[in-house]
Ligand binder design. Structure first.
Ligand code: IDP
Ligand code: MG
Length: 153
């Protein structure tokens, strides 16, 4: 089963959206394998957003991501990386489709509620960036019969 990283950004924390977004992921059939609150700092964000450090909006992004503690979550499931990205929606909340998290909760290109890993390589790197190995749990639902068919497990 694939694992992926979700970050509840300060926009989700300030707007008290964390509970209902976790509910969406759980209702979909994704499993929480790790969850904690942490304060991000500039060094970690420069690594995490290395592809954006030269963009003019990067200082604003830094401030935005350090404004409150964030909640980081590891989700597990079949094709979890793709599924969580689809549920997250387009980067800019004004372009994101209704029904997606950003489409339903964001009007902004920056204040877009959640981060989600965008590829298998990113997911591995990001999970090890934000979690210690012992903070990710290798448990699974006892009864997955109605989440996946036998040939999907
Ligand atoms: P993603 O979050 O959909 O993967 P990325 O391009 O990786 O999008 O950008 C990371 C984050 O940087 C975005 O989620 C958003 O918060 C911020 N960001 C990206 N592009 C812009 C922009 O043009 N203006 C302001 N913030 C942006
Ligand atoms: Mg990205």
């Amino acid at each position: 089963m694939e694992k992926t990283l979700v970050i509840f950004k300060p926009s989700a924390i300030e707007r008290a959206l964390v509970g209902q977004i976790i509910t969406r992921f759980q209702q979909k059939g994704l499993v929480i394998a790790g969850l904690k609150m942490m304060q991000l700092d500039e060094a970690l964000l420069r690594e995490h957003y290395a592809h954006l450090v030269d963009r003019d909006f990067f200082p604003l992004l830094l401030n935005s991501m350090m404004a409150t503690p964030v909640i980081v979550m590891c989700l597990k499931g079949k094709d979890a990386i793709k599924v969580v990205r689809l549920m997250t929606g387009a980067t800019n909340g004004r372009d994101a489709l209704p029904g997606t998290i950003r489409g339903d909760f964001s009007m902004s290109g920056q204040e877009n509620i959640v981060h989600a890993s965008s590829s298998p390589e990113d997911a591995v790197a990001e999970l090890s960036r934000f979690f210690k190995p012992e903070e990710i749990f290798d448990w699974d639902c006892n009864d997955k019969r109605y989440i996946n068919s036998p040939d999907e497990l």
